[in-house]
Design a protein around this ligand. Sequence first.
Ligand code: PAF
Length: 280
Amino acid sequence: MKIIQTVSQLEALLQQYRGEGKTIGFVPTMGALHTGHQRLVELCASENDVCVVSIFVNPTQFNNKEDLQRYPRTLDADSELLLKADADVLFAPSVEEVYPEPDNRIFDFGLLDKVMEGHFRPGHFNGVAQVVSKLFAYTKPDRAYFGEKDFQQLAIIQAMVKQLQLPLQIVPVPIVREPSGLAMSSRNQLLSEQQRSEAANIYRVLSESKLSVESSTPAEVIRWVVDRISEVEELEVEYFEIVDGESLQPILSWGVAESVVGCIAVFCGSVRLIDNIRYK
Ligand code: PAF
């Protein structure tokens, strides 16, 4: 696996691969890699001639300085995982390399980024779009892989690719869960053992809520989920929304939307976790 830190070296290497007729797959990450990332990388490596992974903790997507500072950074362990998962290139640039000058671009995603994560983390998705558009420009991948845990991020990236008319395919990859049901996340490393087991209640309650879809309105299911999760001592729900899987706008009844997803953000102590469940 080649480890590259500058944009010019990455571009030169990938141009050479492209010249040899090789397809390029790309997995953008912020490091602190876990089995969920491993799944993305393995899939990318199996579907493309060259698998590029980036590790870059992007400052512009953190609306909270403390969160940025304590985001786990584990480059040595990450490199080992990437080797095992068959990645060919690791791109790990510095902040100065990606932002030699401030990025002042403002993206317009309409209502997509006004709800849920966009509402509670103002500016977050603009920062994600800034960095991912830069990373796409450096790598020019044929395919890029994103986990469905960040359901709203996936919708934003798809909208951005459409807006910028980028010639690449976005490949959504299902959530990978710990045996307890807890969605794999880099932030899980910040949980104590006790918190980790309490956090497993998030997915347990979401799964159980599917049973009441026939007999309850979306508003009733929302109330039920929030109440059940709030019963767990360490957990505090920031939001739980049941939305149209395309527009991400809240639904009032189950009937109209083709796909319906419940998206949740929960504080477990001071660690913010997100998860989602598909109702249809
Ligand atoms: O999902 C993430 O890890 C980040 O938001 C991403 C896509 C790598 C952009 O920094």
